[in-house]
Design a protein around this ligand. Structure first.
Ligand code: ADP
Length: 272
């Protein structure tokens, strides 16, 4: 009888724990969904008036105006705000699984050139060298989502430039063949301010900004890295970071793409 009692008590206890656990999980899910709903609604609400601010500012900018400097500042700030809002919306879409990857043939070399030339102005303005290091034979036509790869590179390279005051930012690429696939290893190295050891893993958490405190021009959303991490992992890749405060950071990520069987000519034809 005693044994039966203990078994019964044990089952009741574990049932109670299970129910409490389920309740906590449901509540967490509810709060998670509420947070995403809130962020999504807020972002949509902000976008509409912001669009009209941007539109009218552009209109005024085209005319001769005594307050040109101030109007340029409004244009710049509202564009920045729009970028933040869009990033929040994108993050929400990604986190709730409401997005798919596109699949198309693209040239890795062209994509990298596009990203580097878009960011070189930013680097030039800061007096930083933006260097690339990959052999031309490394570059191929592959199948996958070029837009999401660009987004990842813009995030990580953009950060590297943002958090580097002198020296350089270097993008290195290596490639390995694996049957019909090409595994790329991207490395983004900077000689910037670096990240404290205790903060390194936190940089991939949402809204986390570990060393931007107090500095307005370093402000972002704290979503660039979490978005990049999800995008990389959802494509079967992996991202990591090594960093030393005062010396710089090194972000590495891998992504695998199917080799494009189409010839260069066919791709050019497709683009026309
Ligand atoms: P943010 O919009 O703030 O750039 P991210 O998610 O892209 O958001 O990055 C999160 C935080 O990680 C940054 O605010 C910064 O503190 C840190 N970080 C990211 N990249 C670097 C880097 N290359 N050097 C130093 N700190 C970095």
């Amino acid at each position: 009888v005693v044994l039966v009692y203990f078994i019964w008590a044990d089952i009741t206890k574990s049932n109670r724990y299970r129910k409490e656990l389920e309740k906590a999980r449901d509540e967490a899910e509810y709060h998670g969904q509420a947070k995403h709903r809130f962020l999504s609604n807020m972002s949509h609400e902000i976008r509409t008036p912001l669009q009209s601010i941007i539109g009218y500012t552009e209109l005024i900018k085209q005319q001769e105006h005594p307050h040109k400097k101030e109007i340029d500042a409004i244009a710049k700030s509202s564009a920045h705000l729009m970028q933040i809002v869009n990033e929040v919306l994108d993050y929400n879409r990604i986190i709730s699984g409401k997005f798919t990857f596109s699949n198309q043939v693209f040239c890795m070399a062209e994509l990298l050139e596009e990203v580097i030339s878009a960011l070189s102005l930013q680097a030039d303005e800061k007096g930083i060298a933006l260097i690339t290091g990959y052999e031309s034979h490394c570059i191929n036509y592959v199948e996958g989502d070029p837009f999401r790869l660009k987004q990842i590179l813009f995030n990580i390279l953009g950060n590297a430039i943002k958090f580097t005051e002198k020296g350089y930012v270097k993008l290195t690429l290596s490639q390995k063949e694996d049957h019909q696939f090409l595994k790329y290893n991207f490395e983004i190295l900077d000689t910037g301010i670096g990240i404290n050891e205790k903060d390194v893993e936190r940089v991939f958490n949402e809204f986390e900004q570990v060393n931007a405190a107090g500095s307005n021009n370093l402000r972002g959303t704290g979503l660039g890295l979490p978005i990049s991490k999800i995008l990389i992992e959802n494509q079967g890749g992996h991202i990591e970071v090594k960093s030393k405060p005062g010396e710089g950071s090194c972000f590495t990520f891998s992504l695998k793409y199917k080799m494009a069987i189409k010839s260069v000519k066919e791709v050019e034809k497709q683009a026309e």
